[in-house]
Design a protein around this ligand. Structure first.
Ligand code: HEC
Ligand code: HEC
Ligand code: HEC
Ligand code: HEC
Ligand code: HEC
Ligand code: HEC
Ligand code: HEC
Ligand code: HEC
Ligand code: HEC
Length: 444
């Protein structure tokens, strides 16, 4: 509905509503419709494009509701900012004429250049938002998407595939298609679509893998925005597969300790020589799962046995480290059980509980320092943990002994009290029987 129609409708209101109506009309005349009808594009009476296209069927339809949400509309831009044309005429042969600069359908291949007309113009963008970056197009051109598009492949992602059109929102808006919580689905529209990706040599399982990963769990289930989504590892606009050298770098931006340890480990040189990426070789790239101690050692879940076999130094180290971690875990569990029993029987063990956390920290630390792949290094943490666990175990045992002692004491005092009570009762009975045997003589 345009402003003219709204004024017309207001005119049909009854007299009682007049003061309010006058107020509204005044505001409309003052040019404040934007404030009151944000969903209706600015200066709607002048936008014949929107008036007409709102009534058309998809794909030609552009609804005022969705365009009103578009950051461009909200910043005062209109259809003609991107499409050209004359928005003052309802005659399509005039409004959409070449003479009026109308460019009509924008082909996929032309979209990045269209968006870049403004978004690569730092002086222009600064007028609206000085902190908004203006390198999206130059970054895009370095990505696999951009490079392939330049060679005429239009199945790759262009700006509008990730950001959409006519309802583009700021990236920080939780409803934006590029917001961290929504981005994976946006990429998956193509990368999980085997029909679309037919003819390319890459798999289509990235989203499926990522969806089952620790990272997705942290991001979506726990709402931890520090966990990575597709663009955290691949870049927003420079979407490229990280090369072998940079794969380690991707993980190490967040997992600093593991990366440092790996760098000085005996795996660094041979992995490089074999062209193997550091972290991804054991953890995979997308389907990263919660690691367990079973991944070290000899079992079927072990990552070590893929390359090491009985007799070599790596295998021996795996066996040792696995055993040491298991030893500390058992020590912690045993101490926990003793403390549990003591607590259940009402003993005060909160101090030991606090100390027990240190033993658990040591185990966590050992699972990180494990990335040195040196038994001696892991031993340092394990031994520190074992020492604490031994002390807390002792504290638990002591509390239980104390409990037994107190129970004994209690039993003795109970028995004593019982004996005294029984004695009293006997004494009372004796007094009573004594009185009865003497009472007749009193009555006499
Ligand atoms: C009176 C109705 C009317 C007005 C006003 C109008 N359009 Fe259209 N527009 C149409 C129709 C109908 C089509 C589809 C017919 C065609 O492709 O020529 C169309 C097609 C388009 C297309 C797609 C072209 C293509 O080749 O697929 C674009 C983009 C477009 N209009 C933008 C605009 C813009 C921008 C304005 C304002 C400057 C505008 N229109 C004004 C009715 C209108
Ligand atoms: C920020 C730039 C921008 C603005 C503003 C904009 N458009 Fe578009 N529009 C595009 C792009 C880019 C495409 C091509 C999308 C594609 O092919 O995926 C497009 C496509 C279209 C189409 C063709 C749809 C089709 O599939 O054939 C129509 C019609 C259209 N726009 C009308 C409008 C109208 C009406 C407005 C104003 C209400 C408007 N546009 C505002 C960028 C814009
Ligand atoms: C493969 C998907 C993808 C493509 C293609 C893409 N973008 Fe983005 N864009 C993103 C992501 C992801 C973000 C960042 C979201 C965030 O900050 O959390 C973003 C952010 C932006 C921003 C906000 C500022 C910023 O840089 O963080 C602008 C502006 C932008 N893109 C414009 C463009 C333009 C222009 C193009 C085409 C040249 C384009 N984008 C192509 C995914 C894409
Ligand atoms: C006529 C100039 C112009 C064109 C063409 C244009 N934009 Fe914009 N765009 C702007 C302005 C101005 C803003 C608002 C900047 C601000 O104030 O934050 C903006 C904002 C954005 C934002 C939100 C940035 C943020 O704050 O996160 C995105 C995303 C975006 N544009 C994407 C696109 C895409 C995709 C295209 C091409 C389909 C495009 N733009 C075409 C001028 C333009
Ligand atoms: C419009 C469909 C489309 C969308 C959306 C899309 N891509 Fe792509 N992408 C492609 C196509 C097609 C290729 C080319 C495949 C190739 O290079 O073999 C590609 C290539 C890639 C590559 C390079 C793969 C390689 O090894 O060659 C990466 C990485 C990538 N995309 C990541 C992303 C990410 C991350 C997103 C989301 C932010 C995304 N893509 C969104 C279609 C898309
Ligand atoms: C934790 C970082 C990380 C996240 C998150 C991530 N990737 Fe990757 N991705 C990688 C690494 C590392 C490689 C390179 C693997 C290699 O070289 O062995 C890769 C490779 C790719 C490739 C190339 C083809 C292939 O499978 O090897 C595509 C396409 C891709 N990723 C898309 C995506 C998409 C889409 C998402 C989101 C659903 C995503 N990635 C999330 C790290 C990540
Ligand atoms: C943007 C930061 C970031 C990047 C990049 C990143 N991660 Fe993570 N990672 C996290 C967060 C956050 C968690 C969740 C931590 C938690 O569970 O407490 C996590 C969890 C993990 C876990 C599970 C830890 C556990 O205790 O269950 C592993 C394994 C892992 N990441 C490996 C990797 C690998 C391999 C890469 C590179 C391909 C990588 N990460 C890239 C942030 C990141
Ligand atoms: C040789 C195989 C291997 C390599 C290479 C490797 N990891 Fe691990 N990683 C493991 C195993 C096995 C565990 C499980 C340790 C445990 O829970 O006992 C693990 C555990 C982790 C954890 C969880 C630690 C915790 O707190 O429980 C993270 C995070 C992690 N690795 C990240 C990385 C990163 C980042 C890299 C690259 C710098 C990397 N890993 C390289 C095998 C490897
Ligand atoms: C992708 C193959 C690969 C995997 C997986 C792997 N290693 Fe290795 N590892 C090597 C290579 C190659 C060397 C260097 C040659 C050698 O000494 O066997 C090496 C060396 C070592 C060394 C040094 C041996 C020495 O000579 O001092 C240790 C310790 C080690 N690995 C432990 C492990 C453990 C523990 C795991 C499992 C968590 C593991 N490795 C997983 C390939 C691998």
């Amino acid at each position: 509905m345009n402003v003219g129609k709204q004024i017309e409708r207001l005119g049909m209101m009854n007299m009682a509503e007049r003061p309010f109506r006058d107020h509204v009309v005044l505001l409309l005349r003052l040019g404040l419709p934007l404030l009151f009808f944000p969903a209706a594009a600015p200066a709607q009476s002048e936008n014949s494009c929107l008036d007409c296209h709102a009534a058309l069927d998809p794909p030609l339809q552009v609804s005022p509701e969705s365009f009103g949400q578009d950051i461009h509309a909200q910043k005062g831009l209109t259809c003609t900012s991107c499409h050209g044309g004359d928005p003052s005429s309802m005659d399509p042969t005039v409004s959409m004429s070449r003479a009026a600069g109308f460019r009509g359908k924008i082909r996929r291949g032309e979209i990045p250049a269209l968006c870049a007309r403004c978004h690569s113009d730092a002086a222009y963008i600064r007028q609206f938002n000085p902190s908004l970056r203006t390198d999206q197009f130059s970054q895009y051109q370095t990505s696999i998407h951009g490079k392939r598009l330049a060679r005429g492949d239009t199945k790759v992602a262009v700006c509008a595939d990730c950001h959409r059109v006519h309802d583009i929102r700021p990236a920080s808006d939780a409803r934006s298609t590029v917001h961290p919580l929504n981005l994976a689905e946006t990429c998956a529209r193509c990368h999980s679509n085997s029909e679309h990706m037919k003819g390319y040599s890459i798999p289509t399982d990235q989203f499926a893998g990522y969806a089952a990963s620790v990272h997705r769990e942290a991001l979506i289930v726990r709402g931890d925005l520090s966990a990575p989504t597709c663009a955290t590892c691949h870049g927003n606009h420079g979407a490229a597969p990280p090369g072998v050298a940079s794969v380690e770098f991707v993980c190490s931006t967040c997992h600093v300790f593991q990366a440092q340890l790996f760098d000085s480990s005996p795996h660094k040189a041979p992995f490089e020589a074999m062209g193997l990426p550091a972290c991804v070789t054991c953890h995979s790239n997308h389907r990263i799962e919660h690691p367990t101690d079973a991944m070290i050692g000899m079992g079927s879940e072990s990552t070590c046995v893929k390359c090491h076999s009985p007799g070599d130094a790596g295998y021996e180290a795996a066996e040792n480290i696995h055993a040491r971690l298991a030893q500390l875990e058992t020590a912690i569990n045993t101490a926990d059980q003793v403390l549990d029993r003591a607590e259940r029987s009402g003993m005060e063990v909160s101090q030991a509980r606090l100390e027990q956390a240190q033993a658990r920290d040591a185990l966590t630390k050992a699972r990180v320092t494990f990335h040195s792949f040196r038994v001696t290094r892991v031993d340092e943490d394990v031994n520190a943990g074992l020492k604490v666990a031994a002390l807390t175990f002792q504290a638990g045992v002591k509390a239980l002994a104390e409990r037994d002692y107190r129970r004994k004491g209690l039993a003795i005092s109970l028995v004593t009290i019982l004996v005294v009570l029984m004695g009293l009762r006997l004494y009372v009975r004796w007094l009573e029987s004594d009185r009865q045997t003497r009472s007749p003589s009193v009555q006499e």
